[in-house]
Design a protein around this ligand. Structure first.
Ligand code: SAM
Length: 288
């Protein structure tokens, strides 16, 4: 039995708890409190400002779903922008698409990248050395307001809307993403645990509906994003991207030749089906 317990502080009055077998790294970076520790159930766990970011054992669910759903739905992605994502899991999954030519990742905190490469090497699995990857250490909000580059898919793999991640949930950030999307482009964002953070879903639904022709959410259950299904927000000016039939998704996935552990073409299509409480939260905001 481990002597130390670590309890997540994301919610008041409720939080998951981990035994800490050993602390591998703990430091207040220029932007946030970063901790990486070993747990007997989930392996290595990374936390920022008291909130679980990723674990070795269940990271594949989140990273596959936030990456492959938009890339396969688009069907002809050449250029990808990742905002945040310092642990490298999204970069790893994007790099697995041989047809992608360029990836820019804008991460605010160099220490997250450095410590993830050191202590969570299977997250990036060498992707930071991929010649297609261009890493920018900067605020993602500023980047999307000022860059001349455009992208087919933008993936926002941010912290929750507190601290440095707060700006990545604003209407001005989403408008900045829209100005960097090529015609037919798709924006996806991590949007919190739907049951626990329903207001986040409501806010994003409202902001997206004012900017994009088509917006919605899809979901996956990720054990250490505790409290129910994780919501991924989706925005595009091309509604057809999220109405693909499973046969088309299957054909594109087979052509990509990627082996996954969670993502399947059937899950891709099914993940857009949402529970009624969430549909009500979303529809209550549209045009309001
Ligand atoms: N998958 C995780 C989750 O859902 O909690 C997020 C993981 S990833 C480690 C989040 C990253 O977003 C962190 O590395 C953090 O430094 C970065 N980040 C936070 N605010 C940012 C900003 N304004 N611009 C760019 N990156 C930011």
């Amino acid at each position: 039995m481990s002597e130390r317990q670590w309890t997540e502080t994301l919610y008041t009055g409720y939080g998951q708890s981990f035994s800490v077998d050993s602390v591998l790294f703990e430091h207040k970076t220029d932007h946030q409190h970063l901790m990486i520790f070993e747990n007997q159930v989930f392996g290595r766990v990374m936390a920022l400002d008291g909130v679980v970011q990723t674990t070795e054992r269940d990271e594949f669910i989140y990273h596959e779903m936030l990456t492959h759903v938009p890339i396969i739905a688009h069907g002809a992605v050449k250029r990808v922008l990742i905002i945040g994502g310092g642990d490298g899991g999204i970069l790893r999954e994007v790099c697995r698409h041989a047809s992608i030519e360029h990836i820019t990742q804008v991460e605010i905190d160099q220490s997250v990248i450095d410590m993830a490469i050191k202590y969570l090497p299977s997250h990036s699995a060498g992707a930071y050395n991929d010649i297609r990857a261009n890493i920018v250490i900067s605020d993602g909000f500023d980047f999307v307001q000022t860059t001349d580059q455009t992208f087919d898919v933008i993936i926002s793999d941010s912290t929750d809307p507190h601290g440095p991640g707060e700006v990545l949930f604003t209407k001005d950030f989403y408008a900045g993403c829209q100005r960097c999307l090529n015609p037919g482009g798709i924006l996806v964002t991590q949007n919190g645990v739907a049951f626990m953070q329903t207001d986040e879903v409501r806010n994003t639904a409202q902001r997206f509906s004012r900017l994009f022709k088509d917006s919605h959410f899809y979901s996956a259950a990720v054990p250490t994003y505790v409290g129910g299904i994780m919501a991924f927000a989706w925005a595009s000016d091309t509604p057809a991207h999220r109405q693909l039939d499973v046969a088309t998704v299957r054909q594109r996935w087979q052509a990509a030749g990627i082996k996954s552990r969670y993502y399947t073409p059937d899950i891709h299509v099914a993940s857009f089906a949402l529970p009624e409480y969430l549909m009500q939260a979303i529809s209550g905001t549209i045009h309001s």
